[in-house]
Design a binder for this molecule. Structure first.
Ligand SMILES: Cc1cc2nc3c(=O)[nH]c(=O)nc-3n(C[C@H](O)[C@H](O)[C@H](O)COP(=O)(O)OP(=O)(O)OC[C@H]3O[C@@H](n4cnc5c(N)ncnc54)[C@H](O)[C@@H]3O)c2cc1C
Length: 465
């Protein structure tokens, strides 16, 4: 392990944002110190994307075995053995963690394990040693947030960190927050056999997604027996003999074994020397310009620590962008509307670009099409329900073709894999007619993208409104 010293770049935090910056900077021949107090890979690898998706895959296997008779296959579903699920989940994480550590080492990046603190605009103190850099990148990420007066005890009132370590399937759970994390855990626990109720302040689940997607998700969740209270504030929680009693603003009370608090994540920026060294901060988030430069010329910041979408791939892109800027490349700001977003529940919800409400809010005239998955052969084979909604600029002349595709919003099993095509369409400013000319392989779910654009271009194939 290195013992202090001078580097081109010192990075504080080895999660998605920090390690992506380190890997890319090393490609420019930069000497990089990556300081991490826990494990490289951060939230995404150890407490986020990867372990939750492993749970969701186990949930899918449970549903497939429970529902196999629908396909003429006789199996019996005998239950969930949580320790075995956790060991599968941990195996996936360990394997990826090993791979990441060896990639970092192969690029000659010095990883320093320890709790770091910014002590000047160019240096970080760790384990009593000082690491100076021509540039410092702050990437200390985020941690689960709670509500005022709501104490997380990690036993009956838990966060996603605790939920990922739970070695039993709870009989019942109230989930506070119907955002991505709340919806994904609701999906997993329901598939594992729990009674689940989501409480959400906003009038829909996944408040950042298009209303049409949320409606489909809510319909399918209802059918799956997942309950939800929308437009409902949380009031209080008390302990009962068997768990918790959650009081809601609509005078309802919900009893459950556990309360999962999934009301968002707050940036890790306190007591780290940021403000003392001139780094401007708003509501805990480090302020940055469109190229992730902070108010201090020698300091940049990336990932969940800044007020941009809290997604691993956003952290990667910001980290890479900073490394390229410091490497002398002409870097373009990220267009955050063009970042794909996926909720990996059953059904999945995936989107890129703007929603209908955002289009209205920005005064953009649009045309839209909703293509139901019921018209798609592969989706019927999979017995999944959902839709593809595509939003494009309204034609500029009566009877003309729509302009650029501004948003694609998908719901259904496996649709997360389709959003990569949709992001090319949106980010390359394609028009429905351009996409309609492209042939999609049959029978695949990708045809829903083709069909929706054919319909928008005025030449629908398997579509009736
Ligand atoms: C349950 C859950 C599921 C998620 N699922 C997805 C998903 O499917 N897809 C997706 O794109 N995103 C997902 N996310 C979000 C994603 O995990 C984050 O956006 C991403 O991890 C942010 O990366 P980061 O580098 O900014 O921060 P982090 O990953 O939080 O990394 C910050 C790192 O800094 C370290 N650190 C903090 N302070 C110090 C210090 N003083 N000294 C040294 N090291 C320090 C921490 O230990 C940590 O390793 C999920 C998050 C959660 C919680």
């Amino acid at each position: 392990m290195a013992e202090g010293g001078h580097y081109d770049i010192v990075i504080l935090g080895g999660g998605s944002g920090g390690y992506a910056c380190a890997l890319r900077a090393a490609e420019f021949g930069k000497r990089v110190a990556l300081i991490e107090k826990d494990k490289v890979g951060g939230t995404c690898l150890h407490r986020g994307c990867i372990p939750t998706k492993a749970l969701l895959h186990a949930a899918e296997v449970a549903d497939a075995s429970r529902e196999s008779e629908k396909f003429g296959v006789r199996t019996s579903f005998e239950g969930i053995e949580m320790p075995a699920v956790l060991s599968y989940q941990q195996g996936v994480v360990e394997r990826l963690w090993k791979g990441l550590q060896s990639t970092i080492a192969s690029r000659k990046i010095d990883t320093i394990l320890g709790d770091g603190k910014l002590i000047s605009p160019t240096s970080v103190a760790v384990n009593g040693a000082t690491y100076t850099g021509d540039h410092v990148v702050l990437a200390t990420g985020s941690v689960p947030r709670s509500l005022p007066g709501l104490t997380v005890d990690g036993v009956r009132v838990i966060t996603s960190d605790d939920a990922l370590r739970l070695d039993r399937v709870p009989s019942s759970v109230v989930i506070l927050g119907g955002g991505v994390i709340g919806v994904e855990f609701a999906s997993v626990w329901r598939s594992f056999g729990a009674e689940v109720t989501i409480v959400e302040m906003a009038p829909q689940l996944l408040p950042l997604e298009d209303e049409a997607s949320a409606k489909v998700l809510q319909r399918v969740f209802r059918r799956r027996g997942i309950r939800f209270e929308l437009g409902t504030p949380f009031q209080s929680v008390t302990y009962t003999d068997s768990g918790v009693r959650v009081a809601l603003g609509n005078d309802k009370q919900l009893d459950a074994e556990l309360l999962l608090v999934a009301v968002g994540r707050g940036p890790v920026s306190a007591d780290l020397g940021y403000e003392e060294n001139g780094v401007a901060i708003s509501r805990g988030f480090v302020d940055v310009d469109p190229l992730c430069q902070t108010s201090v010329p020698t300091i940049s910041a990336v990932g969940d620590l800044i007020n941009t979408p809290q997604l691993a791939h956003v952290g990667f892109a910001e980290g890479i962008g900073v490394a390229e800027r410091l490497g002398g490349l002409d870097v373009r700001p990220i267009d955050y509307d063009g970042v794909p977003r996926i909720t990996y529940s059953d059904p999945e919800v995936a989107s890129v670009g703007i929603t209908s409400a955002q289009a209205a809010g920005r005064g953009i005239n649009v045309v839209e099409v909703n293509y139901p998955l019921g018209g798609n052969g592969k989706s019927v084979i999979l017995q999944t329900q959902g839709q593809a909604k595509v939003i494009a600029e309204a034609p500029s002349t009566p009877g003309g073709q729509p302009g650029r595709v501004l948003g694609v919003h998908l719901v259904g099993a496996r649709v997360g894999e389709l959003i990569a095509e949709a992001q090319l369409i949106v980010n390359w400013d394609a028009e429905p007619d351009d996409v309609a000319a492209l042939i999609h392989p049959h029978p695949t779910q990708s045809e829903i993208i083709g069909e929706a654009h054919l319909a928008l271009a005025g030449k629908p194939l398997h579509f009736h409104a």
